[in-house]
Write a protein that binds this ligand. Structure first.
Ligand SMILES: Cc1cc2nc3c(=O)[nH]c(=O)nc-3n(C[C@H](O)[C@H](O)[C@H](O)COP(=O)(O)O)c2cc1C
Length: 385
């Protein structure tokens, strides 16, 4: 029986070593190739956990004996080893009740080197903990998850290391639909609109539209001034709206209701080549209104603009702060859209209240890796420039 137990113990120990090696190897592979959900690494981890539990169970008695030996080793037990070297060693530790052994930890604390070691360790622990580990978010009654997120996403020392800590791979900067019919937009023309100051002064949220169609040239201008590529610096293509680290997490989609030379349907704006990809053809007015909680101007406008966020574009560098940046960037784009539309005799109305899941489904995004964050109605106004 004892022999069988020993054999099982040996098999489990060897298997544990193999599983640990597999976990290390798969971990390295996952890190090198930025595989955030590498299943073999997960499996190796699970197998290792099961084997570790079995190993502990099989060696429980030895383990307990060892821990007792390490922690409760009395000074009197050590005395024989040191006897003859010093007279103090053979004396029972001061402070210990007569006959009761002092623990190994207490003994260590009483030596000068031990005390210094413990002190330095404790101070280092406090320093590392306070500077790198974030405090648990505090959500007092009467606040909400936004407050918790805001607290949680404050930068700590760990953020200094930024991209060193792996938060996954950087996804491509441009989303493309190679199989979708593509419409290359005309280059944005230079026809002057309102001057900036006037556009800012006139900007309002407009919910009443003339019903006139929008031309492709006007749409091209609108998209270009909202988020088009307008410069290149050190090989990086820069756009009309600012972006944290020039990582551009926002994608733009349109539900086109009334634009000349453009079939009604859902489009994706390809910023790299200033084009549109037709994702779905059809009258989207009913859906736009329903998704926007029955706000009927979403069906009366010429088109609805949707901004989505691909969070991983920011996350690999900015971690917890990514969501903050994403929403700020959507705001930058939206304001550009408002001002560009006002300048060209169009009106915009932002809509924050919408059914996320339905909008995501309409755009063909999963709502997790990429999710809609903003929708804006755009239409020709009665008020001409
Ligand atoms: C984040 C956000 C969400 C909004 N959501 C809606 C909305 O769901 N419906 C709507 O009619 N207006 C919406 N608006 C527009 C505001 O009602 C409008 O900006 C506000 O009344 C001020 O008017 P102004 O934009 O003409 O200056 C939203 C604006 C913002 C910035």
């Amino acid at each position: 029986m004892k022999r069988l137990r020993q054999d099982i113990n040996t098999v489990v120990s060897v298997a544990l070593l193999v599983a640990a090696a597999a976990a290390i190897l798969t971990g390295i592979i996952a890190d090198l190739w930025h595989l955030t959900g590498f299943v073999y690494h997960t499996y190796a981890g699970y197998v290792m956990a099961v084997l570790a539990v079995a190993h502990v169970a099989l060696n429980w008695i030895r383990l307990v004996r060892y821990i007792r030996f390490r922690l409760l080793r009395s000074t009197s037990q050590r005395a024989p080893a040191r006897a003859g070297l010093t007279t103090r060693a053979s004396v029972p530790a001061s402070g210990s009740p007569a006959g009761r052994p002092a623990t190994g930890v207490l003994h260590a604390l009483r030596t000068r080197r031990g005390f210094l070691g413990v002190l330095i360790g404790a101070l280092a622990g406090v320093a590392i903990g306070r500077s790198t580990v974030r405090a648990r978010p505090n959500v007092p009654f009467g606040t909400d998850m936004g407050v918790a997120y805001h607290q949680w996403s404050k930068p700590g020392m760990s953020d200094l290391f930024g991209a060193v800590a792996s938060w996954g791979a950087q996804p491509p900067l441009y989303k493309t639909y190679p199989d979708a019919p593509r419409i290359i937009l005309p280059p944005p023309d230079d026809r002057p609109g309102l001057i900036l100051e006037e556009a800012i002064r006139k900007r309002r949220s407009v919910r009443d539209y003339s019903g006139d169609p929008l031309t492709l040239a006007e749409l091209s201008r609108l998209l270009f001034y909202t988020g088009g590529i307008n410069a290149e610096r050190f090989g990086v293509k820069l756009r009309a709206a600012p972006s944290a680290g020039a990582l551009y997490p926002i994608e733009t989609y349109l539900a086109v209701h009334r634009v000349t030379d453009l079939r009604s349907g859902v489009y994706h704006y390809g910023v790299a080549d200033h084009s549109l990809a037709l994702l779905r053809e059809g009258d989207m007015r009913g859906e736009a209104v329903r998704h926007g909680l029955m706000q009927d101007f979403l069906g009366a406008c010429n088109l609805v603009v949707y901004f989505t966020v691909i969070l991983q574009r920011l996350r690999w560098r900015y971690q917890e702060r990514s969501y903050r940046y994403a929403l700020l960037e959507a705001g930058h784009l939206a304001q550009n859209l408002y001002l560009a539309a006002t300048s060209l005799g169009m009106g915009v109305c932002a809509v924050g209240a919408f059914l996320d899941d339905q909008v995501n489904a309409m755009l063909g995004v999963d709502g997790e890796h990429e999710a809609a964050v903003y929708m804006l109605a755009v239409g020709k106004t009665r008020d001409r420039v």
